[in-house]
Each structure stands twice: as structure tokens, then as C-alpha cells.
Design a binder for this molecule. Structure first.
Ligand SMILES: Cc1ncc(C[n+]2csc(CCO)c2C)c(N)n1
Length: 209
């Protein structure tokens, strides 16, 4: 499969500031829903180790990622008012709503399957982009790349995959099918999230409001 231009340009450092900024603003919003869905998964987890793991990831999603985003907002000189004026994109609403709907109506396994691509896709994409960096390239997006390409994050992804495998082993055929569907859909949303940032997606209805 070809690499999306958003990720290609992120790797080379040529991605426009507007596109990256759009991505970060939407991502900060997405992370709140993602954190809530992780907290719901923590509440549903049958094993206490997984409760701790998922609740920790929920906290990290809100705290660590916010810190990273705030540093970028300072860099981009975005104020709270500038931020408030930016509408949440259709794709961001759709992806966040999908996670929250799965949190409310899905089983533990289904929810875990919907959440795993957020970890796995970023680790895989981050590692791929890092492999293409050289000391000579002055990539302004390097802090973003480093967040998702480290060993610590790789261990987190492994824990998530392990929790998912245990949930799948304990599940019946019907639940496993739902897990696969949720996982696939979340992967599609991950792609769409980058694509929507590249297109700076707005609401098609904005002109007729
Ligand atoms: C659309 C979107 N999907 C996934 C991530 C990655 N991510 C966000 S929080 C977290 C784990 C920490 O709890 C990870 C891997 C993102 N930033 N934005």
C-alpha cells in the first residue's frame, strides 16, 4: 500500500505547518474521547492488571499528549480563542463517536479491538518514519516522531496486543467477529484522520448554514 502524503511529508519534514496544525488541533479533541473510551475499557476489564494498564493509558492520553500539544500551540502561537474558533472536523467527530459508542454498547473485547489501532498504527508508522531520519535532516516534526517511536511505547503496544489476544481467547465466535470488525473500522479511521488533516477537512454544510 502506498504511503499517505501526510506521513510521507511528515517523514521528510516538508509537511506544511497548516496541515500539521490542523492535525494537532483535531488530535487534541480526539484524545479526550479516546481517553474516556480507555477509562471505560479499564472499568470493563476482567483482570486487575488490565484495569491498571488501561486506566494508566487513559491518563497518559490526556496528560502526556496534552503537554506535547501545548508545546506545539506555543510554537504555532495559537491562543485559546483561536483554538475555540476551529470547528471539530467530521472525521474527528466520527472517529471519537465510534469509540464512545463502542464504549457504551460494545463488549470489553470489542472495545479493546476498537482501541488497539490507536496504539499499534502509531507505533508502526512512528518507527517507520524514525528509520528514515538522519542526523543531517532538520525535521521540525522530530518531537512528534520520537513520541511514538521509542522502546517504551513499543512495550505499551505489546501489552495492548497481549490484552486483546486474551480477550479474543475468552470470546466466542460472534464476539471475535465483532472484534475484527471494530479493529478494521478503527484502522480505517486512523487513515481517514491523517487524510482529513491533509485535506483540512471542513463541514460541507458550512456554506448553507
Ligand atoms: C488519531 C490518533 N490516533 C492515535 C493516536 C496515538 N495515541 C494517542 S494516546 C496514545 C497512548 C497513550 O495513552 C496513543 C498511542 C493519536 N495521537 N491520534
Amino acid at each position: 500500500m502506498s504511503v499517505h502524503p501526510f506521513n510521507e511529508e511528515l517523514a521528510t519534514g516538508t509537511l506544511s505547518r497548516e496541515r500539521f496544525q490542523f492535525y494537532l488541533v483535531q488530535d487534541a479533541r480526539y484524545l479526550v474521547g479516546f481517553g474516556r473510551a480507555l477509562a471505560a475499557a479499564a472499568a470493563k476489564a476482567p483482570e486487575v492488571d488490565d484495569v491498571a494498564f488501561l486506566a494508566g493509558a487513559a491518563r497518559d492520553a490526556i496528560v502526556i499528549e496534552r503537554e506535547m500539544h501545548e508545546s506545539y500551540f506555543k510554537w504555532f502561537r495559537l491562543s485559546e480563542t483561536d483554538l475555540a474558533d476551529i470547528e471539530t472536523s467530521p472525521t474527528c467527530v466520527a472517529y471519537s463517536s465510534f469509540l464512545l459508542a463502542t464504549a457504551h454498547t460494545g463488549s470489553y473485547g470489542e472495545l479493546l479491538a476498537a482501541l488497539l489501532p490507536c496504539f499499534w498504527v502509531y507505533q508502526s508508522v512512528g518507527a517507520g518514519i524514525l528509520a528514515r531520519q538522519s542526523p543531517e535532516t532538520d525535521n521540525p516534526y522530530r518531537p512528534w516522531i520520537d513520541t511514538y517511536a521509542g522502546d517504551e511505547f513499543e512495550a505499551t503496544v505489546r501489552k495492548g496486543r497481549d490484552a486483546l489476544d486474551r480477550a479474543a481467547d475468552a470470546a466466542g465466535e460472534a464476539t471475535r467477529e465483532k472484534m475484527l470488525a471494530a479493529f478494521t473500522r478503527a484502522c480505517e479511521y486512523e487513515w481517514m484522520f491523517w487524510d482529513s488533516a491533509y485535506r483540512q477537512e471542513g463541514w460541507p454544510t458550512a456554506a448553507v448554514r
